[in-house]
Design a protein around this ligand. Structure first.
Ligand code: MTE
Length: 366
């Protein structure tokens, strides 16, 4: 992938782990995963079609469907509403698919490691304020979003879209964002305006937003049901839209960032660190780390949450023996849900929502 001009096209750093150049799909490098806020040039990118370039002067947002007052809003109209800022982690439902692929192959899907996740300070307007302006009718149960990027991966090809229930859409944390880390939203991340649905899979945070529709049912956009958990025996090519569990809130999970993969270290006291993300509006309650196949667990020091919608970093020191060791990290959330032990338990044909415990093999020398 070295021949792709990442800086020129996507404004990304050279350390990005690029899985595909077009559409651009790239992971955040480990150093940036260890930071509280991800720099813009290291924020992961997940796309299903070539990047659209919209002229913000001509751009309009249509708000329609089951509303009392259909709207057509310019950026100036939106900027007249109160500006809100939310720090939120965005995570792709396919994050950590590589661990599922080790259990059984998942053809045709991006083999994401733990870096399809990043955190930004998002600014824009509250979706609730825009919906209040339009007057959502009581019979509306879902709010659907559509972008302009037509994906050939969809059957039939269609623009990317998704929907969320009205209850989430009217929560104060859901934004229509025009800024990221106090800078104008980059084209790669959805300029001029994108949805940010904190705590939910990234697929519902539609970029290059053009249309919002209030409706009685979830959207029938291909990507709404594509992002679902099929039973292990299902064939993704033939599974109907109702065959899976449609994904919404992210489930508790964690990753080990340090030491790195297949690290060769000196034995003795060693710093082990990573992040955990609870998803939805939960927080991380505890992270346990084991160096003896789960025989004993050390409780890691856990950073307090910035708010319920951000990852939390953790670290601890373990006394590592000479030889090969498997480190295991598992996180618990504030509802006492804990990560499942093995990726085999959560394997599914499209490789979504891997929230199995993190495993890392290392070798220690005298
Ligand atoms: N919005 C549009 N219009 N097109 C897309 O391909 N990808 C979705 C979501 N919004 C997508 C989209 C997915 S699957 C994810 S994980 C996030 O955008 C990724 O956002 P990012 O590229 O800004 O990191």
């Amino acid at each position: 992938m070295a021949d792709i001009d990442l800086m020129g096209i996507w404004n990304k750093c050279d350390e990005m782990l690029v899985h595909q150049g077009e559409p651009y799909n790239a992971e955040t490098p480990v150093d940036a995963l260890a930071a509280e806020i991800t720099p813009l040039d290291a924020f992961y990118g997940r796309n299903h079609a070539p990047i659209p370039h919209l002229d913000s002067a001509d751009w309009r947002l249509r708000v329609e469907g089951l509303v009392d007052r259909p709207l057509e809003l310019s950026m100036d109209d939106l900027r007249r509403l109160p500006e809100r800022t939310v720090v939120a982690t965005l995570q792709c439902a396919g994050n950590r698919r590589a661990d599922l692929i080790e259990v059984r192959d998942i053809p045709g899907q991006v083999p994401w490691g733990p870096g399809a996740i990043s955190t930004a300070r998002w600014s824009g307007v509250s979706l609730a304020d825009v919906l209040a302006k339009a007057g959502v009718r009581p019979e509306a149960a879902h709010i659907a979003f559509t972008g302009p990027d037509v994906s050939e991966l969809a059957d039939p090809p269609q623009p990317f879209g998704g929907s969320i229930p009205v209850a989430k859409a009217t929560s104060s944390e859901v934004l229509l964002a025009w800024a990221m880390n106090d800078q104008a939203l980059p084209t790669a991340h959805g300029a001029p305006l994108r949805v940010v649905v904190p705590g939910w899979i990234g697929a519902r945070s539609v970029k290059w937003l053009q249309r919002i529709s209030a409706q009685a049912e979830p959207t029938d956009n291909y990507f709404q049901t594509e992002y679902s958990i099929l039973p292990p025996e299902a064939d993704p090519e033939t599974a109907g839209p109702g065959a899976g569990i449609t994904l919404g809130p992210v489930a508790i999970h964690c990753a080990i960032l340090r030491p790195g993969k297949d690290a060769h270290l000196a034995s003795g006291p060693t710093e082990v660190s990573g992040f955990a993300f609870a998803g939805d509006d939960r927080t991380v309650a505890r992270v346990d780390v084991s160096a003896d196949h789960g025989g004993t667990w050390t409780h890691a020091d856990l950073d307090p949450p910035e708010n319920p919608w951000t990852w939390q970093h953790w670290h601890t020191t373990l006394n590592l023996p000479i030889g090969e060791t498997e480190l295991i990290a598992r996180a618990w959330d504030s509802t006492a849900a804990v990560q499942t032990e093995s990726p085999a338990t959560v394997w599914n044909p499209r490789g979504y929502a891997n929230n199995a415990a993190a495993h890392l093999h290392i070798t220690c020398h005298p």
